[in-house]
Design a protein. Sequence first.
Length: 375
Amino acid sequence: MGLFSRGKLVTSAILTGWSILAFGFMIPIIDQILGRFSQDLAIDLGTANTLIYVRGKGIALREPSIITCHKKTKKVLAIGLEAKKMVGKTPFNIETIRPLARGVIADFDTTLSMFNYFVRKTREIPGKRLYFSRPRMIIGVPTCASEVERRAVLDLAGSCGARLAFLVEEPLAAAIGAGLSIAEPVGSLVVDIGGGTSEIAVISLGGIVVGRSLRIAGNSMDTDIINYVRFRWGLALGEKTAEEIKISLGSAYPGPIEKEMVVRGRDLEKGLPKSIRLTSSQVREALAPSINVIVSTIKEILADAPPELASDIAERGIVVCGGGSQISGLPKLISAETKMPVTVADDPGSCVVRGCGLLLENVELLAKVKVVDPK
């Protein structure tokens, strides 16, 4: 090879190196420019409900994670609130699907249709069409999610037009949304009881020191009520009725007033409609197995926590959030079993999405708490 040819190769290599270096410096600038035209989103992709937080606007969407479609053609008929109205009332050729099971994606294609609909719904601006609005997305995931399940969530965000996508473990997002200072060298115990999973974690210095993810949560409690009524009275209940019973009569600790309500279902023996009267004490008995597992796990987490952090928790107390935390008497039961003060976060059902929303503004904290993608 001649001297001239070698000189051309060296010059080409230098120019390529400078191009790569310049492009690396340009990436943050390009991202800032694109950010001016986008609506960044924080998302709580829950088993029971999906919540979306739009940067600068707050929570823009709160709908059930349900989709109704035709069995043969797979044509989508309804999503979210409209689909929930159809639960238990569809003919044989139409099915109602919950594409998320226990906090992770169970059916990718169905989840993509639902998620894409929700994202488009939050990005609609009257009189405007956003051609270049590729948002950043921060999505909460359970701590028990595998690498494959986390990769599926990232692929979902990319398929829905995300410019960048970050994953944050739900206990950390919930703690931020509840107003806790997780970056400080102080221990905090967060109990997030959602629809598919219950996340229990001791947090310090922006990370989870001791944590556990349970597949027992709000949906499990609905199933407990269905099974209890079936075995005791021979009455078949639907999911929607069980959820209404849990909200109206569900309790974890005896209260001053015992409530009751009339419940209607199908008699398993005669096959005819039948009504019974349920009391809050009976529902408490039905919910006891699931609630006892959650309380026992909280005590195990406290036993495994380092002494210094356990001391901080004893002083600061336990923070409970998630939709399941609204069961009457649950904070009182946890406090009685752990001998520690327990507080319920403000608007507990939206702590995860609000925490992810705050991370949209705090890039430094996001860098500390985000799940690192191995790829």
